[in-house]
Design a protein around this ligand. Structure first.
Ligand SMILES: [Zn+2]
Length: 315
């Protein structure tokens, strides 16, 4: 399936995004030599996605140079197309320090959700991206100015950890004054939340902090990693937060009767009407362990080891 021009949504003078399963940002700068310089925000899931993006660029631009892929984080559905695009175009890859490590050693991703060396069943393209080298590692929350035909486009790198180790958001200020925020997976679109109420997260406390932080960032458009974009952050940030708080409540309620992690996973899945397959078993299981850590550290639940089993319970 090819990417069509209808999927390219223009947001400001130089900034658009491609409406794909993972939203892909596109910065377009016309140079004096007639070559269009391009930057991508994220690259989709795998080589197939990378090829679809490249086909689209080849159709849309007669002469172009893909300068860099700027990654929000290292999950395979955001950086899986990197290696293909680097091979085909020689573009650079930019990312935060923590995410850069994971892009260079993607096996850590499956080891993390499994809690050891992962079984081959989850070492699929959905969880395991092809390793790629990162050329530019962000120096924390830096501001990068990209000169263009009629001024400068400013890129503010904003640290938004929680969903993943060192996830970053990108706030662009275009030459027309429009501000565009690429949020990565700290934010899920309304349709996406409706489909998957329990969103993957690595650190519940930091996710909540990042959701608070993004609400104070003023922009004309906010592009979540998946789902529909919004021009008002408040409602969507609250919905994301609500999903987290409701999941917290569900866990606390289930832990009125002490449970092991696997018993808790079954209870939460049953209650949410989810039939777990292998990858979901691992991803939601990993997410629940992160929730349990957040609830334990805030004193809402505790544990006890009985007959060599760890039971979690409401305090
Ligand atoms: Zn993600």
């Amino acid at each position: 399936m090819s990417v069509t021009t209808e999927q390219l949504i223009k947001l400001s003078e130089h900034i658009s995004y491609l409406k794909m399963p993972t939203n892909i940002g596109l910065i377009t700068i016309c140079r004096d030599d007639g070559i269009t310089e391009l930057y991508l925000i994220d690259s989709g899931n795998d080589e197939t996605n990378g090829a679809r993006i490249l086909d689209f660029l080849n159709t849309k631009f007669t002469q172009y140079r893909l300068k860099a892929i700027i990654n929000t984080h290292s999950h395979a559905d955001h950086c899986g197309g990197n290696s293909y695009l680097v091979r085909k175009t020689g573009c650079e890859v930019w990312a935060s320090k923590g995410e850069a490590y994971l892009m260079e050693f993607p096996d850590i991703e499956t080891q993390l959700v499994w809690g050891g060396t992962a079984i081959h069943d989850i070492r699929s393209k959905y969880l395991l991206a092809e390793a790629c080298r990162v050329n530019r590692v962000f120096n924390g929350e830096e501001e990068i100015a990209v000169s263009c035909d009629n001024g400068k486009i400013l890129l503010n790198v904003i640290s938004l950890p929680g969903h993943y180790v060192d996830q970053t958001g990108f706030l662009f200020t275009d030459t027309d004054g429009k501000k565009i925020m690429f949020a990565g997976d700290v934010l899920s679109g309304r349709n996406s939340i409706k489909k998957h109420w329990i969103q993957y997260l690595l650190d519940e406390t930091k996710t909540k902090e990042s959701l608070e932080k993004i609400q104070n960032i003023k922009a004309d458009f906010y592009i979540p990693g998946h789902g529909d974009i919004v021009d008002n952050i408040e409602g969507i940030a609250e919905l994301n937060l609500l999903a987290i708080l409701e999941t917290e409540d569900m866990i606390i309620d289930e832990l009125k009767i002490p449970k092991t992690m696997e018993q808790l996973l079954k209870a939460v899945a049953d209650r949410s009407g989810i039939t777990l397959k292998t990858s979901q078993f691992c991803l939601i299981g990993s997410t629940l362990r992160s929730y349990v850590t957040g609830l334990y550290e805030s004193g809402k639940i505790s544990y006890e080891i009985l007959e060599n089993q760890m039971f979690w319970k409401k305090v």
